[in-house]
Design a protein around this ligand. Structure first.
Ligand SMILES: *Cc1c(COP(=O)(O)O)cnc(C)c1O
Length: 362
């Protein structure tokens, strides 16, 4: 393959020097994202005057293959290919960005994709074809529906394992099982590398705080651990859009043990901001949807209603409530959002007629 042209093949991976001592460092990655993503200033309305804000555009890691999940998938798919798997099985919510990204990457790499999706559907025929479900189907993924409240370890994981067994019985082929959100000790390296990218972009010395949405914890873990290992003095804040601080610290402490960092605890390297999840994961209220529209109109940045909209709103509220903590600080918001599917779906949540009337001229 000529230089500069990508292939789907494995690339040898060497971690940044500060990450070399971690346990089980991946040996390979593949290239899925369009990196490095840009950083630019962001004039968010309602920002206190003495605070400076910039945004890292991880919403621009790709198009259908976009957002923060791609960084994790570069390592997870390398692992799947190294293990000789022909199928990938993962799970998430009905409108999961992670599942959509896995479906796209599978299509690109010639693997078969199986998605176990949590939904409140009584009948699979009601699944519809909206947003990410549309993209999942377009990419040829097989979809399996489970109840919204299905627990990962007791229900989703066994379901994925049964499916893998059936695939092996039917075809003799192996399946790669991927955790919710790709937040495993392999996917973790996606955001270790993202931090390395920030370092190379020279932004570490220009900021005091980094802030982002926290859903399954992988983004938070990669950034917080890398920040700790480099000795950088940035404060790392994940805004919880589901679960709570205890949940994310537990998840992160498990990861710390897996990578052999037993001398630190999640609580020392990561701040989880609560109070942003509203009605709960994936559920929106009108003021949150209005906020997403307002930010689009005033800054040209599209947030999504599930993660980034709630995270930015929650963070702004935190800035106002705890102004002394952020007074005079230089803050980098990491836009984790790929909006491809979620925005299609968002367009169904807003009342388009009311929206049109509000924005109509003459
Ligand atoms: C998945 C997702 C997140 C959450 O990232 P985690 O690593 O799972 O915590 C945030 N924003 C968007 C847009 C996402 O799709």
């Amino acid at each position: 393959m000529p230089v500069g042209i990508r292939s789907n093949s494995l690339i040898a991976y060497t971690p940044p020097s500060w990450a070399e001592k971690l346990k089980n460092v991946p040996t390979h990655r593949i290239q899925l994202g369009h990196l490095n993503t840009p950083v630019h200033s962001w004039k968010l309305p309602g920002l206190p005057r003495d605070v400076q804000l910039a945004i890292k555009r991880d919403d621009m890691t790709g198009s259908t293959l976009g957002g923060n999940k791609i960084r994790k998938l570069e390592f997870l798919f390398a692992d799947a290919l190294q293990k000789g798997c022909r199928h990938v099985i993962t799970c998430g919510g009905l409108q999961s960005n992670h599942c959509r990204a896995v479906a796209v990457a599978c299509a690109q790499l010639g693997l078969k994709c199986h998605l176990v999706l949590r939904s409140g559907l009584k009948d699979v025929k009601d699944a519809g074809c909206e947003g990410n479900v549309f993209l999942d189907k377009m990419m040829g993924a097989s979809l399996y529906y489970v109840p919204t409240k299905a627990e990962y370890t007791t229900e989703l994981l066994p379901r994925m394992q049964t499916l893998a067994d059936k695939i092996r019985d039917d075809s003799g082929e192996d399946s790669y099982l991927m955790e919710v959100g790709g937040s495993s000790d392999v996917g973790f390296y996606g955001y270790v590398e993202a931090f390395h990218e920030l370092e190379q972009q020279g932004v570490l010395d220009s900021f005091d705080d980094i802030v982002f949405a926290c859903g399954s914890g992988g983004t938070a873990e990669g950034l917080a651990v890398a920040n700790h290992l480099t000795g950088s003095k940035l404060r790392v804040h994940g805004v919880a859009v589901c679960d709570d601080a205890i949940y994310f610290h537990n998840h992160c402490n498990t990861l710390l043990a897996q990578v052999g960092l037993t001398d630190i605890r999640s609580e020392d390297i990561l701040n989880i901001i609560e109070g942003a999840k509203g009605l709960g994961y994936g559920l929106s209220q009108q003021p949150e949807l209005d906020f997403v529209s307002e930010i689009a109109m005033s800054t040209g940045i599209v947030l999504d209603p599930v993660y980034t909209g709630k995270a930015v709103l929650g963070f702004l509220n935190q800035l106002k409530a705890n102004s002394s903590v952020f007074k005079g600080k230089r803050i980098l918001y990491i836009h984790t959002g790929s909006n491809e599917g979620i925005v299609l779906w968002f367009s169904m949540l807003v009342d388009c007629r009311e929206f049109l009337e509000r924005t109509m001229v003459g």
